[in-house]
Design a protein around this ligand. Structure first.
Ligand SMILES: [Zn+2]
Length: 479
């Protein structure tokens, strides 16, 4: 029975750091180049070469450690993790083992504005990425691309604190947002710059002992992580229900089939024969360096999320979407420097603006539409110069040509007629021409006001301010 067990999940997340060059050589750190063009003797592991540590990689991993509240170890060192695989030409990976850069930390995850859990980070360490194998099943051959060899990575390991596949997804989304805000990585799961493996086990509800864990790999999107873990919960539940045992193994998620399958029995740590990397000195982080990096950290997404709710009265839903991208949160707050109603700004952003953003598939700060545009547009609506539907039309134009809303309104003749004298003249004319409708109204059929309004709109080409026309019609008819 699914309800009889408690699910226990821990995650291992690899994140590629957004540096210009690789971690131990000067090759470009770039995704999507022609295979085997960003390589040199160092990252190919040719005999006689020596690694040189990229300072920027250290800076970025320190930012990550601080953003995740990790204790930063003043002394850490690289270690060799020995294993053979065709994508790893040196036959060892330079990683960190006994002395990682980051110690215990934490990350809060929220749902609908409520704290779901404070997830403990067990460690954060630096390492180099391996190359990539490409399998050509048609010709039964495999190719290797070494461009990714030596790309700087951080590995973030959580404690087994997560209790459902949904919590795992929430954690990853929060982590991604945090790393994006701090500009550590572009965190594109589809390009492999953020990758997640999960350890999952089940135990009888109420038990304190951890069950046998299984590692799941190859989950390449947030959705895949959630689905892969859900599938694994079902698989393990079935085995346990029949009195079976879970074997310690690594399983691979198949997105197309929606199942996991056995990859290999899990290596143990001693299989890697870790030892200190003799070609690199230990990393020493002093207080001055740490202070400087801490001072340069931006406001983190979790803090901003709560501040937007508290300061502007946004709902948890609104705050979550607005803080999902730093540029969107910046846009929101910059608009409020020229316009004072946060709810209206949030409604426009979450509605029509995001609709266009999704179509153009760009971050808002990379479009022609600016906070000044939105503030002016909302002012025009508030002043009754344009109607809601006209505002939407102008909004689309702003994205296309970057002109200010008032300019577009004048150029296209979209302004609403809010001139009382002019409207009074039109209303008088309509009443004069529709005497039968006026009599109907006086006879108690109040609905004909809509018909009269329609005539006013016809004469004005739809530009009459509807609130003013309604008021004028009522004033005339009710006297
Ligand atoms: Zn290189």
């Amino acid at each position: 029975m699914p309800g009889a067990y408690e699910v226990v999940i821990g995650l291992e997340v690899h994140v590629e750091l957004h540096t210009a060059s690789k971690i131990f050589c000067s090759c470009p750190n770039r995704f999507g180049s022609v295979p085997n063009t960003n390589i040199c003797p160092v990252c190919l592991g040719l005999p006689g070469t020596l690694p040189v540590f990229n300072k920027k990689a250290l800076e970025l991993s320190l930012r990550a450690a601080l953003a995740l509240n990790c204790k930063v170890n003043s002394f850490s060192r690289f270690a060799r993790k020995n294993y053979f695989y065709p994508d790893l030409p040196k036959a060892y990976q330079i990683s960190q083992y006994e002395y990682p850069l980051g110690g215990i930390g934490s990350l809060d995850i929220f749902k609908d504005g409520e704290l779901v859990r404070t997830v403990t980070i067990e460690r954060l360490h630096l390492e180099e990425d391996a190359g990539k194998l490409l399998h050509d099943e048609e010709h039964a051959s495999s190719y290797v691309d070494y461009n990714r060899c030596g790309v700087p990575l951080i590995e973030i390991v959580t404690a087994p604190d997560l209790r459902s596949s949904e919590e795992a997804r929430l954690f990853l989304e929060t982590l991604r947002r945090t790393l994006l805000y701090t500009e550590i990585s572009d965190c594109k799961m589809e390009e492999g710059s953020m990758r997640c493996d999960a350890n999952i086990s089940l135990r009888p509800k109420g038990s304190e002992v951890l069950g046998q864990k299984v590692e799941i790999k190859n989950m390449n999107s947030f959705k895949a992580v959630q689905r892969g873990l859900e599938h694994e919960v079902m698989r393990q539940t079935k085995i346990l229900d029949k009195g079976g045992r879970i074997s310690q193994e690594t399983r691979r998620w198949h997105e197309d089939k929606g199942v996991t399958s056995e990859m290999r029995s899990k290596e143990k740590e001693q299989d890697y024969r870790y030892f200190p990397e003799p070609d690199l000195p230990p990393i020493v982080v002093d207080d001055t360096m740490l202070k400087k990096i801490r001072a340069a950290l931006p406001e983190l997404p979790v803090t901003r999320y709560r501040r937007l709710m508290n300061n502007y009265g946004l709902s948890a839903y609104q705050a979550e979407i607005i803080t999902s991208e730093q540029s969107l949160a910046d846009f929101f707050e910059e608009t409020l420097q020229n316009y004072t109603q946060p709810q209206k700004v949030a409604n426009w952003l979450l509605g029509d603006v995001l609709k266009i953003i999704n179509v153009v598939a760009k971050e808002i700060n990379k479009t022609l539409f600016t906070p000044a545009h939105l503030a002016e547009l909302l002012d025009l609506v508030d002043e009754g110069q344009i109607s809601g539907p006209t505002a939407k039309e102008i909004l689309e134009d702003c994205f296309k040509n970057g002109k200010m809303p008032a300019v577009i309104m004048v150029e296209k003749g979209l302004g609403q007629i809010s001139d009382t004298e002019e409207l009074e003249r039109v209303v008088a004319k309509v009443l004069e021409e529709n005497k039968a409708a006026v009599q109907d109204y006086e006879g108690g059929n109040k609905k004909v006001i809509a018909f009269l309004m329609g005539n006013v709109m016809k004469i004005t080409g739809g530009k009459a301010n509807p609130q003013m026309v309604t008021a004028l019609l009522k004033k005339k008819l009710d006297k």
